[in-house]
Design a protein around this ligand. Structure first.
Ligand SMILES: Cc1ncc(COP(=O)(O)O)c(C=O)c1O
Length: 368
């Protein structure tokens, strides 16, 4: 079976350096933050162009930290995407605030063209999300007067009109989960801002709302434990050393798929003109992704169903109103095929061949 993400192959690439880092880490007598946390935060500042980068325990923790730093509280409304992984919207609910959903567009990106009509006097933030390696149209909302918090979990190295995606918004986040472009084993995350005060707030929020027990009763924020671990930071540091090379390989595979799948008349999720994809996912559109997934499995290829959720229809979001036609289309048609930096040429050729064998007439030229 060709796995969707053969992460054990990354282990082979980083293990020597990783064990040498761990030896330093465990002798440092400091298991939170520490040398590799600082080094990784510095490298992430360089990559994103952000003034501040703060590691946290996951991308989800990063979103929760951004919402807390923005002061989102019970009863507030946060405008957000209706289609993503649940991690995008759950932190809004956790805070007792209400997500106000907007649909995606034909590119699978958050449709911001009508956001103004969703704003009420309870709107405290717009939580933007880029999916599949592409991004939303930032210029459509940048002057709207509502703080933009950017869930750029999937978007490192994606460019919006030439600008690094993670640089967009008052704050932004990255996830380093195993399926991301800079992966660790498991997950990890970071929050970004250019604002000095917000960076101080985020630092305190990620350590349960207090800076230091030695200065007395100094609990200043609502926070939670998202403190960076020294050993996980070493994992991230090792992955960061290979990030450029991983990107190159993703691009090579994506270019090959574009060429070969066009010959087969398979529709590929389109990128918006303003976005340069980071090839985080390679997603095609077929008639019925659930049965296509099963046929691909029979051909020995694992695929993933990004995504199967229509948030507005989930019981936990029962307050949601409106219709979401592009969400419905993506839920039916969009399926991701293997595109990790560790797949071999032979495996990628096998994937193309498996698609040829699995695609029915109805799976060709699917239009959205
Ligand atoms: C768009 C998006 N937001 C948030 C997250 C959450 O990141 P994590 O899995 O690190 O908590 C992910 C990753 O799965 C994601 O893809």
């Amino acid at each position: 079976m060709i796995k969707f993400i053969p992460i054990s192959r990354m282990y082979d690439i980083v293990k020597e350096q990783y064990y040498s880092c761990l030896d330093e880490v465990y002798r440092e007598d400091n298991q939170f933050e520490g040398t590799y946390c600082k080094k990784s935060e510095q490298k992430l500042q360089d990559i994103t162009g952000r003034k501040h980068a703060l590691l946290v325990t996951s991308g989800t923790a990063g979103i929760l930290a951004m919402l807390l730093a923005q002061g989102v509280k019970p009863g507030d409304e946060v405008i957000c995407i209706n289609y993503s992984c649940p991690a995008t919207v759950m932190p809004i609910k956790v805070l007792g605030a209400n997500p106000v959903f907007v649909d995606i567009d034909r590119h699978g990106q958050m449709d911001l063209s009508n956001v103004k009509s969703k704003i009420t006097d309870r709107t405290t933030a717009i939580l933007t999300t880029g999916l599949y390696g592409d991004t939303f149209d930032y210029d459509a909302i940048k002057d709207i007067g509502i703080p933009i918090l950017n869930d750029s979990a999937q978007s490192v190295f994606n460019k919006y009109k030439g600008q690094e995606n993670t640089k967009l918004g008052r704050m932004s986040i990255l996830s380093f989960s195993t399926n991301k472009n800079i992966p660790v084993f498991g997950t990890y995350g970071a929050v970004f801002t250019d604002d000095d005060q917000l960076a101080k707030d985020l630092y305190v929020i990620r350590r349960n709302g207090y800076l230091n027990r030695d200065v007395g009763n100094a609990i200043t924020h609502i926070g939670f434990n998202a403190q960076p671990h020294a050993d996980k930071s070493a994992q991230l540091y090792c992955s960061l050393q290979h990030a450029e090379q991983f990107q190159k390989r993703r691009e090579e595979i994506a270019n090959y798929y574009h060429k070969e799948l066009a010959k087969q008349e398979i529709s590929i999720r389109p990128s918006p003109a303003y976005s340069k994809s980071n090839n985080h996912k390679f997603t095609i559109l077929v008639d019925n992704k659930f049965s296509f997934r099963d046929r691909m499995k029979n051909e020995g290829v694992e695929t993933q169903l990004h995504y199967t959720y229509n948030f507005a229809k989930a019981p936990v979001f029962s307050h949601a109103v409106g219709s979401f036609p592009y969400t419905d289309l993506y839920v039916r048609h969009a399926i991701s095929i293997p595109c990790s930096p560790w797949h071999t040429d032979a495996e990628i050729e096998t994937v193309v061949d498996a698609i040829k064998k699995s695609a029915t007439k109805g799976d060709k030229n699917v239009q959205i």
